[in-house]
Design a protein. Sequence first.
Length: 367
Amino acid sequence: MSKRLRKIINILRGDALFSALLALYIILIAVTRGEALRLRSLVDAEALSLIYSVMLVSAVLEESGAFSYLAARAVGASRGSPARLLLYLSLLSALSASVVMNDTAMFMYIPVAVVASRMTGAETALLVAIIAISANIGSSLTPIGNPQNIIIWRHYHIGFTSFVAGMAPFVAAGLLLLSAYIVLAGTRAARGYPAPPSVKLEPRLLVPALISLVAIILLAETGHPYLGLVVAVAAALLTRPRILLSLDYLLLASFALMFIDFRVLGELLAPVFSRFTSLGTVPTVLLAAGLSQLVSNVPATILLLSHVKAWRPLAYGVNLGGVGLVTGSLANLIAIRLSGISVNKLHRYLLPYFAALLALVALLAEY
């Protein structure tokens, strides 16, 4: 076996998501007799370029230390209270995820949650679950908060502010419910009061990243996502050039494969999905949330996109689906990988919250 082939096999072994999507693509090529090879018509290049732009700027923002600085202040301000710490970190995680995507928020706050649990005596699984929930809920507020929102934003041609206004009731309900959940679940006494860690804030990274993010949003909204990509690449080159090499390109390739695989599956299953076009608001929310448990929320979005007329029930459903089973969102899988907790322990906190929010959102969606 050649060194190059061995390297490819090792890469595939190390990324189960990409490997599974690639295997599904190969199967679809055989099933469709080569129809799945028409890549240009299957991949939404504009949405993919926007995802890449946000990933790049998110990486620069992460390196600026802005959100780590806020997290350190939150640990100090909690003064050893697990409930207060959970509230502060959940709000920070939600805010961060609405700007830098939920996956990036996991990498920033799950390590903080693990360290904070050791310092305060709060259960690690509870802290990790709260961070995962808040990141998934917070990211749903803006079109750039997660990949499924970017796809919906591009497909339905919604204005940025209109999208935020439409998702605000969902996010408000989710965070209010989470706050109540924290008060009920996170009141156990702490072992001690942790001193906040020292974090260096770098304005020379923070300012260009924020300016670039605003430019990307404005360019995407005016129909120029590729110019936004140029802005993102330029920002990375001027601030942290190594980010261009260290970015998770397998994740980006996974998103491309999701477009291909699930658009082809959507075509194959069109007779089934066409029955959903006349569904009401609540059934659409339930369908999108349920499908997200099976295939994750980004693939569920791609599958339902052409069959759901109204964007908001779809957005509510797939974002709600991210706080159920760990399979509902890639962010949940990242949380497990970074924290080392078991799936069962995370489900112990995710599933009760999911059930309560599902009922609440079903009522909200009617109005």
